[in-house]
Design a protein around this ligand. Structure first.
Ligand code: SAH
Length: 256
């Protein structure tokens, strides 16, 4: 018996095996040894991951899917399924503290939260790939000057090199989602820590983009120190005009 798709769990099962294989092949098996798949569902991606010489674990919140996976894959997935919520998963002990990659055809309703959790554990997660809504894939991969450039782009690109791979239409899922999807790949860059106060950096980025049509002079008013001089030209700009480095410099200018 197939799993009945539950909307509240973001369940849209991929039915195109060719696309599943292309997603699995974003893992080449040499740089990523430990791999966590988020939301395996009925295992369309999992079956290709199992062919690779990697240490695979999966985390699936849906009991019905877990039962399906156990019945279908049996021994091949034994000990590799964690039934639970990725957002609550203790990733520190997952691979005995070792680094791990993340892959999935993700639950779209929590894709941003997944990325924020990745950022919290960025030094343990050298690689992330998979499929999400096209709009979110565009956002995380887009560079300054683009209308899709936003909070997630800056915060993620500070620590990851992100590549938009290809677009996937709704028709290859059951049930089809309302939006296009896209496959992305991200690699941890060499940046260990930012040359500024990272908490303040996040505050600056979030505050600026929360009123993205305003100049920084206006949008950052609430966080600027009393009497701060904003005559410098950078404050005439809007957030989408600033690179990651510009935001770092701005943070240092404001809070030095
Ligand atoms: N990868 C499968 C399923 C995609 S649908 C495929 O390509 O067909 C998204 C999957 O994520 C579903 O199986 C859903 O049950 C699961 N899921 C949703 N929220 C989750 C969470 N918080 N943690 C782990 N899995 C989750």
């Amino acid at each position: 018996m197939e799993v009945r798709a539950k909307k509240y769990l973001g369940q849209h099962f991929l039915t195109d095996l060719g696309i599943a294989e292309r997603i699995a092949d974003t893992i080449d098996g040499s740089s990523e040894n430990n791999v966590l798949e988020i939301g395996p569902g009925m295992g369309v991606l999992t079956q290709f991951l199992l062919k690779k010489s990697i240490v695979l674990k999966t985390v699936e919140i849906d009991t019905e899917s877990v039962t399906y996976l156990k019945d279908t894959f049996g021994y091949a997935l034994e000990g590799k399924i964690i039934e639970g919520d990725f957002l609550k998963l203790d990733t520190d002990t997952l691979f005995s503290g070792d680094n791990f990659a993340i892959i999935g055809n993700y639950p779209y309703n929590i894709s941003s939260q997944i990325f924020f959790k990745v950022l919290e554990h960025k030094d343990q997660i050298p690689f992330v790939s998979g499929m999400i809504q096209k709009e979110v894939a565009r956002r995380i991969a887009s560079k300054k000057g683009n209308k899709d450039y936003g909070i997630l782009s800056v915060l993620l690109q500070a620590f990851y090199d992100i590549e938009y791979k290809f677009t996937v239409p709704p028709g290859v899922f059951a049930p089809p989602p309302k939006v296009d999807s896209a496959v992305f790949v991200m690699h941890r860059n060499g940046v260990k820590s930012l040359p500024c106060d990272e908490k303040k950096f996040k505050t600056v980025v979030k505050t600026a983009f929360n009123q993205r049509r305003k100049t920084l002079r206006n949008s950052l008013k609430t966080i600027l120190p009393d009497g701060f001089d904003t005559t410098s030209g950078i404050f005439d700009k809007r957030p989408e005009q600033l690179s990651v480095q510009d935001f770092i410099d701005l943070t240092n200018t404001i809070f030095s």
